[in-house]
Unconditional design. Structure first.
Length: 349
């Protein structure tokens, strides 16, 4: 029969491994820092290396209210639109009222818009179809050519007021599935500083080290799915363009303008300074194809490729999205584009 001393020793021995693992995880987590970016999270990269360190710009976000007064600009978009950031800035430039829905709320764009236009006749002046580049062709083919949707819900319930992009350091990210792969990536990155390292998010070396405020400012994180999108076919893009053209004509018959925003992937914006053979050299430009067919599709690819080399943290170093400075630039670019389009002038670089 066990003595009480032996039982205590056995209990301590059983507890020791999980306690040591917890302490080790916590210690590594302190160095890694709390994960705040989507690329550091899904790719399991260290926030210590890729988190931004410079102060970011503030944006005063307007309410996304379901108020049908005057002429509305409807935005159907993805994660680049759901914060109501560039819409708020553009509303201040244009004086127009913006209402934003996410693709997940809409699903089938063309019949959804037809139903909304019947509910609010002559209240919609413009529809902005916003999509990140890697999903643009797929959404053009799926969201515009699909069965009739369910009933229309309210716009996205978005918080309003002054917003800023800040990194928090507490609570620690203690998930071993993130902590130990991230630590391994950090070691690999230091052993092979010029190598392209892959996971769900790629880390590629850059020819410049002044484009980000992160410690690893000479490297770019971007999604693996970007690479798949670089390989999309011209036929798929042509099919998507046909669907957009049909939508443009349908809306025009009701006096509603259409604008398609293809927001460049991070890898596209920084392509000229990425040192890797992973990305193909050519990529289908859906927005250019739309412009050839007379659809209003601003040339964000060229504009972002220039501005990303001028503005530090144009995209967040730890994230696939724009920084607030990037969203402000997008709004200013669109305001200028709309003014020049209205005056009949061609948009110049």
């Amino acid at each position: 029969m066990w003595t009480s001393t032996a039982a205590r020793r056995f209990s301590l021995a059983a507890l020791l491994p999980p306690v040591l693992m917890t302490l080790l995880t916590a210690g590594v987590s302190v160095w890694l820092e709390k994960v705040t970016g989507d690329l550091t999270r899904v790719g399991r990269w260290a926030e210590h290396d890729y988190g931004f360190r410079a102060a970011q710009a503030d944006i005063r976000v307007l309410p996304n209210l379901d108020a049908w007064t005057g002429s509305q600009v409807l935005v159907i978009g993805d994660s680049f639109a759901q914060g109501n950031l560039w819409q708020s800035e553009l509303a201040r430039h244009s004086g127009r009222h913006f209402l934003t829905w996410h693709f997940d709320q809409v699903r089938c764009v063309q019949p959804w818009l037809a139903q909304l236009a019947r509910q609010h006749p002559r209240a919609i002046a413009k529809v902005i179809f916003e999509t990140v580049e890697r999903a643009a062709i797929r959404r053009g083919n799926e969201a515009l050519d699909c069965p009739r949707p369910a009933s229309i819900g309210p716009p996205l319930p978005l918080a309003s007021g002054m917003t800023t992009q800040e990194r928090s350091y507490w609570p620690l990210t203690m998930d071993p599935a993130y902590v130990f792969p991230s630590a391994l990536h950090a070691v690999q990155q230091r052993i092979h500083p010029t190598a392209t390292l892959s996971d769900a998010a790629f880390s590629a070396p850059l020819t410049r080290a002044d484009l980000f405020s992160s410690r690893a400012s000479d490297r770019l994180l971007f999604l693996r799915s970007d690479i798949d999108a670089w390989q999309e076919s011209g036929q798929a893009a042509a099919d998507a363009a046909t669907h957009f053209l049909r939508l443009r004509d349908t809306l025009a018959a009701q006096g509603i303008a259409l604008q398609v925003l293809v927001v460049p992937d991070k890898s596209t914006a920084y392509r000229s300074v990425i040192q890797t053979s992973t990305l193909p050299t050519q990529r289908v430009d859906l927005a250019a194809l739309l412009r050839q067919q007379g659809i209003d599709a601003p040339d964000l690819r060229s504009a972002f490729a220039r501005e990303a080399l001028r503005t530090q943290d144009f995209y967040l170093p730890n994230d696939s999205h724009l920084s607030h400075r990037g969203f402000i630039f997008l709004a200013q670019f669109l305001a200028r584009h709309d003014l020049e389009t209205a005056s009949g002038a061609a948009l110049r670089p």
